[in-house]
Design a protein around this ligand. Structure first.
Ligand SMILES: NC(=O)c1ccc[n+]([C@@H]2O[C@H](COP(=O)([O-])OP(=O)(O)OC[C@H]3O[C@@H](n4cnc5c(N)ncnc54)[C@H](OP(=O)(O)O)[C@@H]3O)[C@@H](O)[C@H]2O)c1
Length: 386
């Protein structure tokens, strides 16, 4: 029996996006003058949650059963909660999920079975700081699957050791491994008959200038965290733009999750990481998006027709929009153009980011990054994809 679904049927009907939006505005406008931004923040969260819940509640009735999903980095934090909420909302999903901790893998597979007994949950153990390991995982998946509907990437670390393949592990997990997963599984994503989507969780809407002579930022001091974040965020979005050119039927979403409790800082070292860890611990109860809510928001990104592929076609666009919801603006500033950079509320990046990305296009920075990436792939494995 599907325990959680039965329980959710008893819940009150979730509001539509418009209802939630009206409720939010009313709360903010009608609030006493003494109320502060904090109330607005929390009311805003309610509105986002209403929209997300309304859409996710229609996944089972609007998307075909049996979606195949690959969650990369789902043994804790945002990946884990997104995987569980995806299992909960979809019909007969088959989900591969990857991480290093076998113990966490076993626990999560059991918890997913309790959420949706009709799903299949296959844990694959791998250290994804190695491109060779990424290839092995992809080969295994390709042996069993002809199509993949969703590739969800949330691997991350603060540790920055050099790998045996000569890459910095931080850059590897954010850029090289994620890009390798996408190109390896792209044929399966392109062949999927329903949803065809890549979601990458990192620092979307925070894109900044890049150093195209030092892609792994070996020369940047470790305390320059904001520079590092802007550079790495741009790399993720540029990867999506480069790959989307060859796969317009797939949609690509890079998101910033907002503050969410997770295991992220456990592997980090150095004063900057220690300070961040302490700061985060102190303010977490005030600012963090609750874990399950974050999972739901990511399921919305993974399934809503708000983020269609450039050439998706109706069957692949996802859960249809409700009244008041609009198709999102892509990273080229055009509505529904297939590559999206969105914040924790699912809202598209503003003009400043669009301008930075337009500058990159003018200067051929995306091409330069992709050339470098393929060179690294060839150096390490002899091939640009497997
Ligand atoms: N949490 C936040 O507040 C926040 C805010 C902004 C951005 N983000 C971004 O969101 C993404 C997800 O972070 P999170 O907060 O969910 O962190 P997390 O709890 O540490 O999750 C990271 C996942 O990556 C896996 N992973 C790490 N190193 C790996 C490796 N070498 N090989 C295979 N898997 C590996 C971990 O699994 P194992 O340990 O089992 O290998 C875990 O499943 C990161 O890119 C992070 O930068 C998070």
């Amino acid at each position: 029996m599907n325990i959680d679904r039965d329980a959710s049927m008893a819940r009150p009907v979730t509001p539509t996006y418009r209802e939630a939006d009206i409720a939010w505005r009313k709360n903010v406008v009608d609030a006493p003058v003494s109320s502060n931004k904090w109330i607005a923040y929390n009311c805003g969260r309610t509105a986002v949650e209403g929209r997300v819940q309304a859409s996710n509640a229609r996944i089972a009735s609007t998307l075909p059963p049996g979606p195949v999903a690959v969650f990369v980095g789902a043994t804790s934090g945002i990946g884990e909660t997104s995987l569980k909420q995806f299992a909960k909302h979809t019909l007969r999903p088959r989900i591969y999920f990857i991480g290093r901790s076998e113990e966490a893998g076993d626990r999560i597979a059991t918890e997913c079975k309790a959420l949706n007994a009709e799903g299949e949950y296959i844990f694959v153990k791998a250290d994804l700081t190695l491109i060779a390991a990424v290839d092995e995982v992809c080969r295994e998946i390709k042996k069993s699957e002809k199509t993949v509907n969703l590739l969800f990437l949330s691997i991350g670390t603060f540790s920055n050791a050099e790998t045996t393949e000569g890459l910095q592990s931080l850059a590897c997990l954010v850029h090289y491994s994620r890009a390798r997963f996408i190109v390896n599984l792209l044929p399966l994503l392109r062949q999927a008959t329903a949803l065809r989507r890549v979601v990458s969780v990192f620092a979307a809407t925070k894109e900044g200038l890049v150093d195209s002579n030092d892609w792994q930022l070996k020369n940047l001091p470790p305390y320059a965290i904001l520079k590092q974040r802007g550079h790495a965020a741009s790399m993720v979005t540029l990867d999506h733009q480069a790959i989307a050119q060859t796969a317009p039927e797939v949609s690509f979403i890079h998101d910033f999750p907002g503050p969410v409790r997770s295991n992220l800082a456990r592997a980090g070292q150095g004063a900057a990481v220690s300070v961040m860890r302490l700061l985060f611990k102190a303010i977490a109860p005030l600012v963090c998006i609750p874990t399950v809510e974050s999972g739901d928001r990511h399921v919305y990104l993974a399934t809503s027709a708000r983020y269609p592929a450039a050439a998706g076609g109706k069957d692949a666009d996802g859960v249809p929009l409700t009244e008041g919801e609009e198709v999102a603006k892509g990273t080229d500033g055009k509505i529904g153009s297939g590559v999206y950079s969105v914040d924790q509320n699912g809202e598209s990046a503003g003009d400043q980011v669009i301008e930075i990305l337009a500058g990159f296009r003018r200067d051929g920075i995306g091409d330069k990054l992709w050339k470098h990436t393929e060179e690294e792939f060839r150096r390490i494995t002899g091939q640009v994809a497997v």
